[in-house]
Design a protein around this ligand. Sequence first.
Ligand code: BV8
Length: 260
Amino acid sequence: MDEPIDQQGIARARALLATARAVVVLTGAGVSAESGIPTFRDALTGVWSRFRPEDLATREAFLRDPARVWAWYAERRATVARVAPNAGHHALAKIEADSAAKGIEFTLVTQNVDGLHHAAGSRRIHELHGNIRRVKCFDHGHAAVAWDESGETPPRCAACGSRLRPDVVWFGEMLPEGALEHALEASRRCDVFLSVGTSGLVEPAASLAHAAAEAGAAVIEVNPQRTPLTARATIALSGTAATVLPLLAGSAGYVAPRGL
Ligand code: BV8
């Protein structure tokens, strides 16, 4: 049975968000779980279950077996194409819009590559790990807008002939120019850092919450499981994104606890 929602924690977190000057939200795969996208640590089910993400999401894996890595991303791209944002994504878009109306600076930093935050209406987004819907060539990064899945796998770049790959950041690759710097700068400047649906295992994204805390920000975590951040969080809300975030956004279902 799901744990009862911590109404006191929700009320305290809402008060922090309402009185903030600057808010940073970091999301991980957990925010897309209720849209039907397996979390990253759970992504390797079925035919992929004999691999670890770190074994497939690398340049070396692609060079070793480009067809296998391309097929894993093609399957994930197909999943992303048929799912929709969930109430958690929509709640974050509402928090962004409400923050703008109140003059509160808002930054959404995501580790996710599924594009669902943009689909839900969020706009102030930093995609730290790229976007699986975009494809580029391995040798020069030429963007590919169309490609033939029926021929050679992976398909080839129309501009230079090198193999196509997903436009995501693999393990061992640098993050997109400026994305980490902007995320770090916003994290050090914010007074509320909201971490949602991330295991906090992948660097350098995992360091953002700690940078915010060290700079004096209050840290709110939303996750049904404990993570390395939980002990450090000002408020740890044990629950799922689609349940908790609408309560934080003041959308459907929020009832202020008596006496608060
Ligand atoms: C780099 C794209 C410089 C690909 C991904 C220290 C500093 C720098 C680098 C390192 C370092 N230590 C180690 C490294 C190397 C490495 C790393 O972090 N390795 C890990 C395995 C230890 N980092 C890198 O290589 C990074 N590059 O730093 O460049 C450099 C260069 C060369 C040499 C050194 C340094 C690049 C990392 C990016 C990798 N690419 N994605 C793809 O998607 O295929 S990372 C991948 O993991 C996804 O983006 C994913 O989002 C991300 C993090 O995982 P989570 O999002 O947290 O997902 P996870 O499944 O783990 O957890 C889900 C959570 O949700 C759980 O807590 C669960 O409880 C919760 N949950 C479940 N359901 C719900 C929920 N929460 C809410 N609601 C629910 N319903």
